[in-house]
Design a protein around this ligand. Structure first.
Ligand code: ARG
Length: 460
């Protein structure tokens, strides 16, 4: 039965009912709906808007309904219009007139704006915990492989030497920003819309500060139209989720590359790989690929939310019912992706020798050779750059590395070279000397890993 049937002569067409109903995706908010109703009823009683005894009975019965849903004693009616309707009707069936008084000074519009906030607040709490866990693993792995030399790439070409720990910590930095983006969104969402009514507030003497406080918000919203009609908090959380998915997707892309035979920088644990139905030798990084793939749907959720909102006149419009599926999917998908990713990273085997072998090829110490001519021999950088380029060309012709090229050949290109160049271009030195703040030197990586682990404490 509909809440609004007074004005109507007919029941809704069953197909219309299915289309209009949100119960399939808002019943997950039953706890939050009941929590909001308990706060509202408590406030109504304290303000003398309803009888205090009735207020108490409503609160007690709402608690029982919550428990009955949790234990399965009460099944949520799939034909109900939404979770708000279902809970109110169940309360009325149990309490009669007292139940009918709950909705005094309230609308489903401020109710749903509240429920979604409460749900997201809780979901983001769990999400933050998962992100913290991932960053922790990245920092620990970085510490373990602080001195592992690996080629750094630009344009997917070997460029300059870095350390594997440094590479992992780059992702830790991105994810720390993602964490702060969630925190930031939660801070802006921290206002209670109850009391906004349908759109124009109410004539009842509600104590909005009290309901806000009972529900753990810092303050009530300040404009009734805004309170019921913006979903920027959903879009912000969907964006934070999207940005995080971009970072996870890039990391997963690298995992896929690194575990290929072409790279073989890492070996993923069997527990996080799958085989092929036809090729017996295959060990595929499906989970990493799937995370990369799932980023697309999260961006879709964000785009759907923005597009749904952009043309809506104030205040509530039914279009906004679409907020929940989108933002819940964004959050759920991100959580789903984090679940296998963290243990997958934790258990991966890092093949430092292969990284070192790759770093030895590709002339990633060429810049250091030029820098040596500048620092030790006082050449202008442009000249040193040209000389080193000629040396690289010579090495390619002869199938040698810069370390293997004899000193006479160096000197044939430039008289200034002496034995000292070999030390300057050794990989350990080139990486070890990159001690500038933010650089890949092993000692930096160890210090940065500690800093990251310390920063995580601020997010708890
Ligand atoms: N199920 C609705 C939603 O999710 C609840 C609000 C309904 N309000 C209304 N005026 N029809 O948005």
């Amino acid at each position: 039965m509909k809440l609004w049937k007074g004005r109507f002569k007919k029941e809704a067409d069953p197909k219309t009912n299915d289309f209009n109903s949100s119960i399939a995706f808002d019943s997950r908010m039953f706890r939050q709906d009941i929590e909001g109703s308990i706060a509202h009823a408590t406030m109504l009683g304290r303000q003398g808007i309803i009888d205090e005894g009735e207020s108490m009975r409503i609160c007690v019965e709402l608690g029982k309904i919550r428990q009955d849903i949790e234990t399965g004693a009460l099944a949520i009616d799939p034909d109900a219009e939404d979770i708000h309707t279902f809970v109110e009707q169940e309360l009325t069936a149990r309490l009669g007139d007292a139940g009918k008084r709950l909705h005094t000074g309230r609308s489903r519009n401020d109710q749903v704006a509240l429920d979604v906030r409460l749900t997201l607040r809780e979901e983001c709490g769990g999400l933050k915990g998962q992100l913290i866990g991932l960053v922790q693993v990245l920092a620990q792995k970085a510490e373990q492989h602080a001195a592992a030399v690996v080629p750094g790439y630009t344009h997917m070409q070997r460029a300059q030497p870095v350390t594997f720990g440094h590479h992992l910590l780059a992702y830790a930095e991105m994810l720390l920003r993602d964490l702060s983006r969630f925190e930031d969104a939660l801070k802006r969402m921290d206002q209670c819309p109850l009391g906004s009514g349908a759109l124009a507030g109410t004539t009842y003497p509600l104590d909005r500060a009290l309901t806000a406080k009972l529900l753990g918000f810092t303050s009530p919203t300040q404009n009734s139209l805004d309170g019921v009609s913006d979903r920027d908090f959903c879009a912000e959380i969907a964006f934070a989720a999207s940005m995080t998915m971009v970072h996870l997707s890039r990391l997963c892309e690298e995992l896929v590359l690194w575990c290929s035979w072409e790279f073989k920088f890492i070996e993923l644990d069997d527990a996080f790989c799958t085989g092929s139905s036809i090729m017996p030798q295959k060990k595929n990084p499906d989970l990493a690929e799937l995370i990369r793939g799932k980023s697309g749907r999260v961006f879709g959720d964000l785009m759907g939310l923005l597009t749904m909102m952009k043309g809506l006149p104030l205040a509530y419009n039914k279009d906004m019912q679409e907020d929940k599926e989108a933002v819940f999917d964004a959050v759920d998908t991100l959580k789903l992706c984090l679940t296998p990713l963290t243990p997958m990273l934790e258990t991966m085997r890092v093949l430092e020798e292969n990284m070192r072998a790759a770093a030895a090829k590709g002339f990633i110490n060429a810049t250091d050779c030029a820098d040596w001519l500048v620092a030790v021999k006082g050449l202008p950088f442009r000249d040193a750059y040209k000389i080193t380029g000629e040396l690289v060309a010579l090495c390619i012709d002869r199938g040698l590395t810069l370390e293997e090229l004899p000193l006479e050949d160096y000197q044939a290109v430039c008289q200034s070279f002496d034995q000292g160049v070999y030390e300057a271009i050794s990989l350990e030195k080139t990486v070890g000397d990159r001690k500038v703040l933010g650089g890949p030197a092993p000692e930096n990586v160890r210090a940065q890993a500690q800093r990251v682990l310390k920063m995580l404490k601020e997010f708890r």
